[in-house]
Design a protein around this ligand. Structure first.
Ligand code: KG4
Ligand code: ZN
Length: 331
């Protein structure tokens, strides 16, 4: 099936065309410049920019794929979770298009999209241990089949990407913070500052990043002569160790043929290297999306939408946007 996918849950508007699991186009209108002066995403600016970029982004995506609106066989859009104003722009546009073209529509959960982004042009082998690690989530799932997600653990405070962003902001680094910290960390010593890996009492598969964030902010305020590269490298090393610790425990407890890690933080080079070593240690196949499908993108929404629509599982046109929604809720 030829599926049009729209992702607009935060500050990126991304529109993709996917046909039989193959990505024909994936065009993203980035708003990094608009939000950079504020050091974070301003919701009203995000939704207004989405409205302004919709037509040009759609046209470009169709052009790259060599398709026209009449060729589209199904339409998918992110419906939850995210900034409601932002979600409504993409969702409402997708539903209107489905109505006008008389094609089936599927609402996709943003995290489900991230999870399946790892399998674009890769075959899943179940069971899968899957970690979605982004600016809004640090959620660990055991996937026994498509659509069967067991939540094993999640962050009890900040998401890993959020911690990167907050520490970077305080260090005066550009937004988004993750790539900025990774770049600065290349010249730093990861053992210069100590970051203890937190363990959530009685919940071995949960994570917590607010303690590391606070420790970083304290180091910044205490040190007379802060060595930003050392702090960046040490903080990044702490986050990687914290993620590896829960994955190691989960892999010891649950069977897995594959280990999939997706979401913006999965772009991080040192994390990817550490995951490769972990996968070897546990004899599990590591599945990582290429960086272009780690951060928010329309391809993952079109891809996941196709998995549903090819089974005839469409969503009603009254499906609403939700700021928060557990994965697995009916869409
Ligand atoms: O998946 P995503 O684009 O949006 C959400 O769903 O949140 O993830 C964005 C997050 C931001 O917090 C950003 O700082 C982080 O992913 N990120 C990174 C890297 N690239 C993006 N974190 C660490 N290292 C990176 N290279
Ligand atoms: Zn995301």
């Amino acid at each position: 099936m030829l599926i049009l996918g729209i992702e607009s849950s935060c500050d990126d508007l991304s529109i993709a065309l996917v046909e039989s699991g193959r990505v024909l186009s994936n065009v993203t209108a980035s708003q990094v410049q608009d939000h950079a002066p504020f050091g974070g995403v301003v919701p009203e600016i995000a939704s207004r920019r989405h409205l302004e970029s919709l037509e040009a982004t759609l046209d470009r995506s169709l052009q790259i794929a060599g398709k026209n609106l009449g060729n589209i066989e199904g339409i998918a859009a992110t419906y939850a979770p995210g900034l409601v104003g932002s979600l409504l722009v993409g969702l409402n546009f997708a539903k209107s298009l489905a109505l006008a073209l008389q094609r089936p529509f599927r609402g996709v959960h943003h995290i489900e999209g991230h999870l399946w982004s790892a399998f674009i042009e890769r075959e899943p082998r179940f069971p899968i241990m899957a970690l979605a690690v982004s600016g809004g989530h640090t959620h660990l799932f055991h996937i026994s089949n498509f659509g069967s997600y067991r939540l094993l653990g999640h962050t009890v405070d900040d998401a890993a990407g959020e911690a990167f962003d907050k520490v970077a902001k305080r260090m005066g680094l550009p937004f988004p913070g993750g790539p900025a910290i990774e770049a600065l960390a290349r010249q730093g010593n990861p053992r210069a500052f100590e970051f203890a890996v937190p363990q959530v009492k009685g919940r071995p598969l949960h994570t917590s990043f607010s303690g590391m964030k606070t420790a970083a902010l304290e180091y910044l305020s205490q040190t007379n002569e802060p060595a930003p590269a050392d702090l960046a490298a040490s903080f990044q090393y702490g986050v990687v160790r914290a993620l590896l610790a829960v994955l190691r425990r989960a892999l010891a407890q649950f069977p897995a043929a594959q280990l999939a890690v997706a979401g913006g933080v999965a772009c991080n080079g040192p994390l990817r290297e550490a995951l490769a070593a972990l996968a070897t240690e546990h004899d599990v196949e590591l599945v990582l999306p290429p960086p272009k499908y780690c951060t928010d993108n329309g391809a993952m929404i079109a891809y996941t939408g196709e998995l549903y629509l090819k089974q005839g599982l469409s969503s009603p046109l009254h499906l609403n946007a939700q700021a928060r929604q557990a994965l697995g809720a009916p869409a």
